[in-house]
Design a protein around this ligand. Structure first.
Ligand code: GLP
Length: 251
């Protein structure tokens, strides 16, 4: 596992954007796994800026979103489909038919999860999976307790995740209690994984994921099972990592 620590969020985001860009350059028809949340925003802003400057071509690439809320349509401003459209897809040249996001309004969530798994497999799997990390070390919406071999499925969100994400919902609007997420097993089948975590509120999740025991109680600890994972942190997120002896600081 490669760990890169940068001084600022901006520098950390630049590293991840560079990794994504290199992936589409090397394999224009690659499949990218993409996350939502506040963390990736700096990365997506850079990709958009690069694209406007003539760097990056996504018209043969496929995008597979990591997760989606259940019970809200893709037109809802709090949906991840809306987030992806606004923060990335409408600014670059992804083909609509190559954008894959679980359907949060599907009547049968389990059937939708199976359909999504099949779609990923039909593309030959994910080449590069970009991940954020929840404050409780969740990856996607795989909450603590998720076995490391889980597949894409319907999950219940924990109270702490709902609280952390409440800021994305307008006051008075109904916040979903469930989601469809790629499973940890699905994520681990990606050829390469890059994780971005920034901010002091991620420091303990980072330490538990990278320096603690491998356990279902810490979804991020599953990352150590993967042979080609790059973790990109800013100094705040790396704060509690001193316990890792061989931490390679590339600042
Ligand atoms: C959400 C998403 C995760 C994301 C996490 C962190 O719950 N399902 O994929 O990594 O939040 O979000 P943020 O980057 O806003 O801290």
């Amino acid at each position: 596992m490669e760990i890169i620590v940068k001084d600022t969020v901006d520098e950390a985001s630049a590293i991840v954007a560079e990794i994504l860009l290199r992936q589409v350059e090397e394999k224009p028809d690659c499949a990218l796994g993409l996350p939502t949340g506040a963390t990736p925003l700096g990365v997506y802003a850079r990709l958009i800026e690069d694209f406007r400057n003539g760097c990056g071509c996504y018209n043969r690439a496929h995008a597979f979103n990591l997760d989606e809320y259940l019970g809200i349509p893709g037109t809802d401003t709090a949906s991840y489909a809306f987030y992806m459209r606004e923060n990335l897809f409408r600014h670059i040249d992804f083909m609509q038919r190559n954008i894959h996001i679980p359907d949060g309004s599907a009547a049968d969530a389990s059937a939708e999860a199976t359909r999504y798994e099949t779609q990923i497999a039909a593309r030959g799997g994910i080449d590069l999976m970009f991940l954020g990390l929840g404050r409780n070390a969740h990856i996607g919406f795989n909450e603590p307790g998720s076995p490391h071999d889980t597949r894409t499925r319907r999950v219940a969100l924990t109270a702490s995740t709902m609280e952390a994400n409440a800021r994305y919902f307008a006051p008075g609007s109904r916040q979903p209690t469930h989601a469809i997420t790629m499973g940890i097993g699905t994520i681990l089948e990606s050829r390469r994984i890059v994780v971005l975590a920034t901010g002091i509120e991620k420091a303990s999740a980072v330490a538990a994921s990278l320096a603690g025991p491998m356990t279902d109680a810490v979804p991020g600890s599953a990352l150590a099972r993967h042979a080609h994972t790059t973790i990109v942190l800013d100094r705040d997120a790396a704060h509690e990592l001193d316990r890792i002896l061989a931490l390679e600081i590339d600042a």
